[in-house]
Design a protein around this ligand. Sequence first.
Ligand SMILES: Cc1cc2nc3c(=O)[nH]c(=O)nc-3n(C[C@H](O)[C@H](O)[C@H](O)COP(=O)(O)OP(=O)(O)OC[C@H]3O[C@@H](n4cnc5c(N)ncnc54)[C@H](O)[C@@H]3O)c2cc1C
Length: 471
Amino acid sequence: MTMTRRDFLSAAAAVAATPVIGASARAPAPRDADIVVIGAGAAGVAAARRIMAANRKVIVIEAADRIGGRCLTDTATFGVPFDRGARWMHNPDANPMIKPARAAGLDISTAPQGQKIRIGRRYARAGETEEFLAALVRANRAIDDASRGKTDVSCASVLPKDLGDWAATAEFLLGANATGKDLKEISVMDKARAQDRSAAIACRQGLGTLIAKLGDQIPLSLSTRASRITWSRRDVLVETPAGKIAARAAIIAVSSNVLAAGNIKFDPDIPKRYLDAAARLSLGSYDRIALELPGNPLGLARDEIIIEQSNSTRTALLLANMAGSSLCSIDVAGSFGRDLSAQGEPAMVAFAVEWLTKLFGSDAAAAVKKSSATRWDAAPFVLGAMSVAEPGGQPSRRILAEPIGCMFLAGEATHETLWGTVDGAWETGERAAEAALRRIGALRPIEPVAPAAPPKRQRRMAPVRPGAPIN
Ligand SMILES: Cc1cc2nc3c(=O)[nH]c(=O)nc-3n(C[C@H](O)[C@H](O)[C@H](O)COP(=O)(O)OP(=O)(O)OC[C@H]3O[C@@H](n4cnc5c(N)ncnc54)[C@H](O)[C@@H]3O)c2cc1C
């Protein structure tokens, strides 16, 4: 991923509030369909919409009692939208969710970009911020350079050794905060292939609300967990506690951790390489600790982001005064976030208060009126935050995108460049739907591309670097 010097925080700002229960309980699922979709996260919703657009019968079954998966807007806890999962979309020019979201009456706008660094109780001076930006640029360049090598290695192993006081902060921002894992667990090839995520787009009503709204019309059975799939090249039979569903193809849009954990049984077993691939793309840890801080005791602007110059992984990212409210989110991630969230919500809130006290003084921390923390690692139907490849694991994304009989995997982990994002999940849902529609003969097969005629004269081509980020 190439970062410009000015957008050092936006790419890392994967940030998220009372669950909007997407769809109400609906009638029992029908017993057959052309295509059955397992999971109603962004990928499953996108897949179902594409199948409906092709006038084919689809059923979506969702284990949880709500639509959206890792997109969940909570409006009950604080009375304002708090995205407990994904908060921002990316790619304003190509994002396929923006048009239907606007058509559904949602407010979509560019997310504010105010970002500051705190060094103890003061803000970084201009020169210090420049130093940090330079350190980030060098770290990114080292990762990009290493990704062109023959062997995949960890991002941590190629970082410049002279990042000085900024080393731990750069590691937090590029690793835990951007992907949910520490740099030592992340493949340089996966990181370098990640498409630029710096242009953040917000939905005023919340990204969870957006996905729920876009899934409003899909035939959906909530609280219906797929437990076993009997499959062949021609059809599938999906077992759920509410009965069996027969279909000519299936789209399995669950997280890589759910797949790797074997929570869905397959008969016959699916080839081991798919389970291995899912395990190599395991989910990082990313959680939000939301604090209601009335009266703006931190003195920060709307949607301002604060990071600290830290010397360890025990740090966080603050998003203040979310959408003009008094709600602030302190995000923890990576190995530190994982350990903290395993200790439970009181420990998470205690850390957030301690961290605020360290940076803004005890009066600010004493102003906390209400709190709530997410614990995505413990969410039974997701089991983590976002996928990122371990060293050597980048090709696993392509493996997951290969069909298994008449089954097609979808979800953010199956996207080669937009992994870990809602946009990526959405695209893979549409891609899997098209493949499944083709499989059942509802779309024309892709025409093989005719071999190009040999060029009359040999021309020198501009060198194209494989895996170069599309900026
Ligand atoms: C805290 C946090 C912050 C994030 N911030 C951002 C951000 O700002 N921007 C961004 O782009 N991305 C962000 N992400 C990542 C983003 O949320 C995910 O990439 C995306 O939502 C994944 O969608 P998905 O459809 O692939 O999977 P999921 O959302 O996990 O959907 C899978 C669905 O399958 C269901 N399911 C599981 N097992 C079964 C079963 N056996 N039977 C039936 N259903 C089943 C699950 O309940 C779930 O609803 C964030 C994630 C987290 C956790």
